[in-house]
Design a protein around this ligand. Structure first.
Ligand SMILES: *Cc1c(COP(=O)(O)O)cnc(C)c1O
Length: 393
């Protein structure tokens, strides 16, 4: 038996998405830049997808730029804002401590190039405060970039308010909406954002494709130079079947959004309620403002890696946090930003569910955690010290 509970890392491709991809792989395989009919057919598909995707987030087709995924979209958005800022001698960027590494590492690069970066606190709740953004904005602020939903703990950020503030102050606003799109309503106009990043494989689309929304009038800079694809803003032959799969997956997700959100959050709550009686354990981040499917918990006195391995032996695929940092022994930068002590941050578990999960699976996960946590504690010297009342740092 396999229970896939790592949907924040990636999701299963939906059948609808697969079916939308096959004709572009097998029949309409032309290069959209070719002038012959098979090329033009492929181009028609791509432009149709652009329109349908724009409709899903209340944008115009001309504001959608296809990319290789969320990381590229984040890089392009931030590099664009940095370049536009530099032209006006604005080299200050505001972000938060718990952004995805695609954002944080891009900002680190910019810092080396002379930009000044302010990373806002996210507090114990894992939520950026609008008043902190307001206080951080300066005359020379070029960009505010705050994620819509955090990938490790699932908390939602006050994006509409931050967007409104940035608009009033005349500062560009980017949001990494990779975990949000297809899971909660996303409307670029309501969010007041200038740039927004999306990745298909987080909503049952294929891997290696995503898009950047860039509001009309914002001069997008190119990261990849070459041909004239994507109105000269992103060179490279279009990933036609990826784009088709992403479009089908997004439409499917948006059509079923309310139904899926209600169902998936009921499964998530089975897990939160089911493990609440385990002593010295807690859920990370605000309970009220969160994605339907994601929950991140800490169990004191155990190692997240051992917990994952034992869950895996029970058929359960989960994560200790982000897929990008697992494999390294560094504790999660997200949990540290929340103020979780290093020793406890090592004992974290992220369960991220989707509409493909069942109630029985959620109940099985609860049962497995109830077996595995006490077992690991029974062989843990750290747990022994905790029980003697020692404070572990
Ligand atoms: C997955 C993820 C990304 C990276 O997207 P890719 O398409 O895998 O490059 C960026 N930001 C967040 C919040 C993510 O969850």
């Amino acid at each position: 038996m396999t229970i896939y509970a790592d949907n924040a890392a990636t999701t299963k491709l939906s059948d609808t998405a697969l079916q939308a991809m096959l004709p572009l792989m097998q029949e309409h395989y032309g290069n959209p830049s070719s002038l012959h009919h098979i090329g033009q057919k492929a181009k028609e598909y791509v432009e149709d997808c652009r329109e349908r995707i724009a409709a899903c987030i209340n944008a115009s087709p001309g504001e959608i730029y296809f990319t290789s995924g969320g990381s590229e979209a984040d890089n392009q958005a931030i590099q664009t804002a940095a370049a536009l800022g530099a032209k006006k001698n604005k080299k200050h960027i505001i972000s938060s401590k718990f952004e995805h590494h695609a954002v944080l590492h891009t900002l680190e690069q910019l810092e080396k190039q002379g930009y000044e970066i302010t990373l806002l606190d996210v507090y114990k709740e894992g939520v950026v405060r609008v008043e902190d953004v307001a206080a951080a904005i300066r005359e020379d602020t070029a960009l505010v970039t705050i994620m819509t939903a955090n990938n490790e703990i699932g908390t939602l950020q006050p994006i509409e308010e931050i967007g409104k503030l940035c608009k009033e102050k005349g500062v560009l606003f980017h949001t990494d909406a990779v975990q949000a799109v297809g899971h909660i309503p996303v409307d670029v106009k309501a969010m007041n954002c200038d740039l927004l990043s999306v990745s298909a494989h987080k909503f049952h689309g294929p891997k290696g494709v995503g898009f950047l929304y860039c509001k009309k009038g914002t001069a997008l800079q190119s990261l990849i130079h070459g041909g004239a694809q994507e109105r000269n803003k992103r060179a490279g032959t279009e990933y036609t079947y990826g784009i088709a799969g992403m479009t089908a997956a997004l439409e499917e997700a948006v059509t079923n959004l309310d139904k899926n959100a209600a169902y998936v959050s009921s499964l998530r709550d089975i897990i939160i309620d089911g493990v609440a009686d385990i002593e010295k354990s807690f859920v990370n981040g605000d309970l009220a403002h969160r994605l339907p499917g994601t929950v991140n918990m800490c169990f004191e006195g155990i190692e997240g890696e051992s917990l994952l391995l034992l869950l895996d032996q029970n058929g359960i695929c989960a994560s200790s946090g982000s897929a990008c940092t697992s494999g390294s022994l560094d504790p999660s930068h997200v949990l540290l930003a929340l103020g979780v002590p290093v020793a406890i941050a090592h004992g974290s578990l992220r369960i991220s569910l989707s509409e493909y999960n069942t109630k029985e699976e959620a109940e099985f996960i609860v049962k497995a955690i109830h077996q595995v946590v006490p077992y690991l504690r029974s062989i843990s010297p750290v747990w022994e010290r905790i029980q003697k009342g020692e404070v572990i740092e």
